[in-house]
Design a protein around this ligand. Sequence first.
Ligand code: AMP
Ligand code: FE
Ligand code: FE
Ligand code: ZN
Length: 282
Amino acid sequence: MTGVVDLHLHSTASDGEANPGEVVRRAAEAGVTAVALTDHDTLDGVSEAADVGVSVGVRVVPGCEFSVKAWWGELHLLGYFLPADHPELNRFLATQRDGRVKRAEEIVRRLSDLGVRVSMESVRRHAAGGSIGRPHVARALVDAAKVASVNEAFDRYLSDDGPAYVPKPLPELEVVTSLVSRLGGVTSAAHLKERATLRTLSRLRQEGVDGVEVLHPSHDDGTVSRLRAWSADLEMLKSGGSDWHGDQGAPDHRRSIGALRVPGEWLEALERLHRKRVGSES
Ligand code: AMP
Ligand code: FE
Ligand code: FE
Ligand code: ZN
């Protein structure tokens, strides 16, 4: 497969602003030949995305962005070529989403303790049945006129060092890498940013991570070239994508779909490993 792909995208199935079909239509308009839909802790958007992909000529790879516990704390792990209807994976993801709901309730309680009243119903309305995250709390705060923007909600309350921050319950990294590879999927460590060192990559590799997200809006040219070189040294695969959440996304997520020009060959290499794992070497 040639051309430009985008292997990190969010939809309304989690905290993105566009529905899965719209994400794929926008990818087609941008001239992207294949996408991976990688919503947080869910595969729910994939079938709609795939249907639209057929009609607009964009290949859709089923994916998901897992939040896992690495040795330093939270790591985002992209999973590609995941089976859409595997009971064990679905149960696992449902547990993660339940944890997200309880954590959102806790965030709402913390906000209330801070004198900032927002209802869980409003948060749920913004999540619209999708995997709940801090952006939905942020949008509820904007609606309640407690802040002027999603960004302000993060800056004042919700960021990792903010007063209403509550961590998510996280599965161990190796639990997820082994589950994904057992089901024929392939993993890539997302947006490592300043954690992108040779030592970190090498240990991630030991813990079963297959690849690394080289191209991401938060990675500067130096990070990109180091990750390219180290992934080659360690025989890790490469992935990349815009991490597009919509036009109002987080400050370091403001690149449009396809803008990073991720080469189709990277997806081909990911797919070769997937095929090897499921035993169909064609
Ligand atoms: P959560 O998964 O609930 O911990 O929320 C993390 C998500 O919040 C990320 O995937 C981003 O989509 C979003 N996010 C993080 N920081 C910001 C920010 N400053 N403004 C808007 N969205 C953000
Ligand atoms: Fe997100
Ligand atoms: Fe992420
Ligand atoms: Zn993401």
